[in-house]
Design a protein around this ligand. Structure first.
Ligand SMILES: [Ca+2]
Ligand SMILES: [Ca+2]
Length: 182
């Protein structure tokens, strides 16, 4: 009898374990948008079209490394990335995807560097939900948590504020995720 109770108890514990396990799923995230620019077809300077972005003002350089060729590979090992000051111009990028965000928590992360001694600041915007200006930095990954209280349509924009029109902020990666379980 004692053994049966023990077995029942252990199976009960197993049940509790499995019931408790889905809580781990809270940590999972859904990627809504991601770009590391490796899908761009080639190295290019002063261009106005990108695979996942509209360049609504100015132009950018697609630099780094592709297929063994390099141009201004400031951050080796990152494939292609962008100089947000293209050819004698700053730029404003807008993601081609727009996002309908339902209530919950989101995370915007982006990996930035800079071209040489560029002094350019840049601004990252997610509709009316988020807007922040960043200083020039060495290679840095920024993460911001954004709470959404009611369903909202937003555009993701990155603005190179200048003043340098030759070398600007270097954009290596952008990711927008929804944190589930909210
Ligand atoms: Ca890349
Ligand atoms: Ca440039």
């Amino acid at each position: 009898m004692k053994k049966i109770i023990s077995l029942l108890l252990s199976s009960l514990l197993v049940s509790i374990f499995f019931i408790a396990t889905p809580a781990n799923a809270v940590q999972e995230t859904t990627i809504l948008f991601q770009d590391n620019f490796d899908e761009e077809p080639s190295l290019a300077e002063g261009i106005t079209t990108l695979t996942k972005w509209d360049i609504v003002d100015g132009n950018v350089d697609v630099i780094g490394e592709k297929g063994g060729q390099t141009i201004y590979d400031f951050y080796p090992g990152n494939g292609l990335f962008l100089d947000l000051s293209g050819y004698l111009s700053t730029s404003t990028l807008e993601a081609k995807d727009s996002f309908k965000l339902t209530p919950g928590f989101y995370k915007l992360s982006f990996k930035m560097g800079k071209n040489g001694d560029s002094e350019n600041t840049y601004t990252v915007e997610l509709g009316d939900l988020f807007k922040e200006q960043f200083p020039p930095t060495g290679l840095t990954t920024f993460e911001r948590e954004i709470g959404v209280a009611q369903e909202t349509d937003v555009q993701l924009r990155i603005i190179n504020n200048g003043p340098n029109i030759g070398g600007g902020p270097v954009l290596l990666e952008v990711t927008l995720t929804k944190e589930s379980g909210c």
